[in-house]
Design a protein around this ligand. Structure first.
Ligand code: NAI
Ligand SMILES: O=C(O)C1=N[C@H](C(=O)O)C[C@H](O)C1
Length: 251
């Protein structure tokens, strides 16, 4: 069987360099291009890339994906900064390239995906919910893409169950003290030397608290998810949001 021809964009970064190693070590893949800032993306097309792994920065991800989608190169995207407007723009691009697949994965960690799945299940049973995400201080964005997606998933589940907005009697606070609000869910971002990527989802009800916590201790932990995304995106045209679509979570 021929090997999947994979390129990494952002190949010299923290995640990109791990992805380069993971692809090189995978028996069913061949790393055909590894591009960094300042390199031309033409290297991807010249090398006959089938799947590009995009791990760069929210400011450049849209341009990189436009290049890939126009050329029918599937993409597995870990880069954050996704908004409804950006997703709509990408969907519109994919209409003109109907055989191409793009996976947007807010988090490649299997445990992180499970924690979001559990949060979706728990959401309707608790009056209060808040998210605390904790990351290394070199992270470009806040809040994390995972925290934003987790808040959205929780809010969707609560709306579907007819839950009212959670009460918050605060009438006076120093700006920022209650964090940012994503879809009605307060999100707090900690940036601390020594951390990698961590998240706590706190659910509260009278007399009991449920905490769902995930810790990524290193970036190698994201690589099984990256490889799964590469293997599966070639057979899934269009936009896929979340690696959970390639996992049997209820099996
Ligand atoms: N989905 C997930 O599981 C994960 C996602 N991330 C996200 O991935 C992104 C990258 O994170 P890190 O690797 O920690 O950042 P980083 O800053 O270590 O790496 C980004 C790399 O992209 C390069 N770059 C910038 N512009 C470029 C361009 N136009 N073309 C090619 N390369 C370019 C930079 O020079 C740098 O080497 C962030 O958005 C981060 O939040 C990070 C960890 C896990
Ligand atoms: O920048 C990071 O490090 C991470 N980014 C992603 C995010 O913003 O959610 C995934 C993970 O949290 C690590």
């Amino acid at each position: 069987m021929s090997k999947l021809r994979v390129a990494v964009i952002g190949a010299r970064g923290r995640m990109g360099s791990e992805a380069v190693r993971a692809v090189e070590a995978a028996d069913d893949m061949e790393l055909v291009a590894a591009v960094g800032r300042g390199d031309s993306l033409d290297a991807l097309a010249d090398a006959g890339t089938q799947v590009a792994v995009e791990l760069t920065h929210p400011d450049v991800v849209m341009g990189n994906l436009a290049f890939c989608v126009e050329r029918g190169i599937h993409a597995v995207v870990g880069t954050t900064g996704w908004t409804e407007e950006r997703l709509a723009e990408l969907r519109a691009r994919l209409v003109d390239s109907p055989d191409t697949g793009v996976l947007i994965a807010p988090n490649f960690g299997i445990g992180a995906i499970l924690s979001m799945h559990f949060a979706r299940q728990a959401a309707r049973f608790f009056e209060s919910v808040e998210i605390v995400e904790l990351h290394h201080p070199n992270k470009a964005d806040a809040p994390s893409g995972t925290a934003v997606r987790t808040a959205e998933v929780i809010a969707e589940a609560r709306r579907a169950a007819g839950c009212p907005p959670q009460p918050d009697a605060t009438t006076t606070a120093l700006e920022g003290a209650r964090g940012a609000t994503v879809d009605g869910v307060p999100v707090h971002a900690v940036r601390l030397r020594g951390l990698v990527a961590h998240q706590e989802i706190l659910f509260g009800e009278e007399g009991e608290i449920l905490t769902i916590r995930h810790d990524a201790m290193n970036r190698t932990s994201f690589m099984p998810g990256v490889l799964l995304g590469i293997r599966r995106i070639v057979e899934r045209p269009g936009l896929t949001r979340g690696l959970e679509h390639f996992m049997d979570l209820d099996g």
